[in-house]
Design a protein around this ligand. Sequence first.
Ligand code: UDX
Length: 436
Amino acid sequence: MKITVAGTGYVGLVAGVCFAEKGYDVTCVDVDEKKVEMMRQGISPIYEEGLEELIRKNNADGTLHFTTDYKCAYRDADAIFIGVGTPEMPNGSANLSYIATVSRQIAETVEKDCLVVVKSTVPVGTNDKVEQFIKDFLVHHVKVEVASNPEFLAQGTAVHDTLHAARIIIGTESKEAEELLTKIYEPFGLPIVSVKRRSAEMIKYACNDFLALKISYMNDIANLCELVGADITDVAKGMSYDERIGARFLNAGIGFGGSCFPKDTKALKYLAREHGYQLKTVEACVDVNVSQKTRLFEKAKDRMITFNGLKVAVLGLTFKAGTDDLREAPSIDNLKLLLAAGADVFAYDPKGAERAEMIFPVGKVENGTMTYVSSVGEALDKAHICFVFTEWPEIKAVMPVEFKERMHTPLVYDGRNLYPIEAMKEAGVEYYSIGR
Ligand code: UDX
């Protein structure tokens, strides 16, 4: 069985590598020559635990290939997985141009019957259109079917999530397609849920938006906890024992970021509106998240006369720990506000500084300045105020007394609830967190 994967972002690359790991002959296609060359040399273009090792191993085994030559890669593939991006359009809808480009290339090159499997997150009904589009442009007399197979991996645990997924969702319109996709996933030994194509597409959005809703709900409750004198971490703990609620995704904080939740909540909201329906729950979830992201900044603004000329320590830049990704990270919204307000920001992040520098270059930015440091200590030294945006272990490990001793003024705004309130108080730190 020959498998081709289009797109080597998080979804495509991890899928390709995992299929190779399961013994398939896999070719990954990308338009970016530099990136393809890197991967051929065993270098992963993204930081993801275990990924680079698997790329190297399967490159050496000869089961994994990288190319920009899509014609060769698609021509005789049994299955082509599409894992290209579906970024957000200015109006919140999903941009399907990459999907369209790949679909057309497939139509113009496939020379034998094949199954096209859409892994990218796409609005409900897109797979029907992809199938029709491919049929419209087919050059050779072959049968091409389209299946939906949404991906549920989370960044930071992508390889593990793929090899040990809770379930594989397969959305097909024919018995043959269902059987082929089931066979491809057989070596993974995972539960398979087989449904129609549109339901599979909806499952992906329903899952992501449900998780995002859970977070916004906890953030909403956390904000109320502050007003009524309850502690959200205790509240979450109490809730977590109820199996109907579940123990995960109950952490209140600085709001969700990343490449999925922000985009997928807006996309579903848009899809509903397109169909004349207002998805009120998801719309509320988006609204709560927008204000949550800068809640701590607003609080700090009320406490300070000015940020102008103050040394502001920023601990954590990525949208969560375990990744170098900054997409939709709450840190971005806060840095914009801090720099506009004239702050001298000293930021520490173990993986995200390089990407952050592309958005906020070193030196003068707006009315403030931006400096990246290589340790928590350097960020804290003589700082007037500290913001915590990401729950990296080394940031979590900071002892309350370090804030007191290193900072000019021990004033900490923690968007991840990382430190015990009592210990911070005892150390003499003025400490604000979320919902406690
Ligand atoms: C998510 C989904 O988990 C995954 O199944 C889907 O395929 C893609 O989107 P990811 O974006 O990588 O994965 O990260 P995730 O761990 O889900 O976190 C998303 C955001 O929510 C992060 O900003 C995180 O900090 C935040 N979050 C998560 C909370 O604020 N509280 C929580 O309890 C959990």
